[in-house]
Write a protein that binds this ligand. Structure first.
Ligand code: GLV
Length: 310
């Protein structure tokens, strides 16, 4: 018997997912846009925000597979059933992209590219003698798959790395600490990197109080979500020059509105939510493996804990 998988993704990406999933899933699955099926025919929905239909409208789902690593939009879906497994995307390509993006931003900061850019605007030739990577500490907020990939890449490049995790645990690879130690760790941070999921605890976490605990002249990289940051507080820290530079990939409103001050701020580098895009070619291999586990009755991977919110 053939199974049915419906795709619900923005039109700009949907056709790529349809092709890649059809290739990866083979004969056993019919893959199409959700609208191509009667609601009760769908067993699996593969979804990327924004969602155009409420997931609760599909009565026979066995799995909701997010096509994104972040699932906060799906979790906000009214009537979302907690008895239907919801899984995050896990794609090694995304981890590689995240590691490279974070490394690129930290290197740009470390090598003073932000400062040289400003000097270039005034045709100013002046050299800055910096420190070695080992004398810099990069503090990462969040150590999920992508946070870890970034942490390892930074460590391999020679930077000192520490990561805040919700529940501290023994970690062979990275120096981890819990939220209760954040203040003291911030005081020893050269670049703060946000890779957290969105939860009630992490929303608005990067506010004036947190930023004031960073040493003067530090940098900030946000590759998680815009709602982690209080924009006006970040702008105030940048205006005063206390924070040397912010590398922002994600924003409270996306696309970032044309009149937002981030666009023209000399201490801000903007990328349009592209730090770690999902690759349909490799992401659909994970979906195929996940569906195989579903069919075999094996434990599914990267399931969301509804209570934790990620
Ligand atoms: C991208 O932001 C994702 O959550 O996958």
């Amino acid at each position: 018997m053939r199974h049915n998988l419906g795709v619900m993704a923005p039109s700009s990406e949907e056709h790529r997912w349809l092709g890649a999933l059809a290739d990866a899933l083979g004969e056993a699955w019919t893959v199409d846009r959700v609208e191509a099926f009667a609601d009760d025919e769908l067993e699996v929905i593969a979804a990327a925000p924004p969602l155009r239909r409420a997931l609760s409208e599909f009565p026979n789902l066995r799995l909701i597979q997010s096509l994104w690593a972040g699932v906060e939009v799906i979790l906000r879906d009214p009537g979302l059933r907690t008895d239907i497994p919801l899984a995050r995307m896990k794609d090694p390509q995304m981890e590689t992209s995240m590691a490279l993006s974070v490394l690129a931003h930290v290197l740009a900061f470390h090598l003073h590219h932000d400062q040289y850019r400003r000097r270039q605007n005034g045709s100013e030739w002046s050299q800055i003698y910096g420190v070695s990577p080992g004398e810099r500490t990069v503090t990462i907020l969040g150590l999920g798959a992508m946070g870890r990939a970034a942490a390892v890449a930074l460590q391999d490049a020679g930077f000192g790395v520490a990561a805040m995790v919700r529940t501290p645990r023994l970690d062979d690879e990275i120096d981890v600490f819990g939220p209760d130690q954040l203040d003291e760790r911030l005081a020893d941070t050269d670049v703060l990197v946000n890779v957290l999921p969105v939860t009630e605890e992490t929303r608005d976490l990067v506010d004036g109080a947190l930023l004031s605990k960073l040493p003067p002249g530090s940098g900030f990289v946000n590759v998680a979500r815009g709602v982690h940051v209080v924009d006006d507080d970040l702008l105030a820290a940048l205006d005063s020059g206390r924070l040397r530079h912010a590398f922002l990939d994600v924003f409270r409103v996306e696309p970032l509105p044309e009149d937002h001050r981030f666009w023209t701020h000399p201490r801000v580098t903007i990328t349009p939510h592209m730090a770690a895009p999902t690759f349909p070619s490799s992401g659909s291999v994970f979906v195929a493996e996940q569906l195989e586990r579903l069919e075999q009755g094996q434990p599914l991977e990267h399931l969301v804990d509804h209570a934790a919110g990620y």
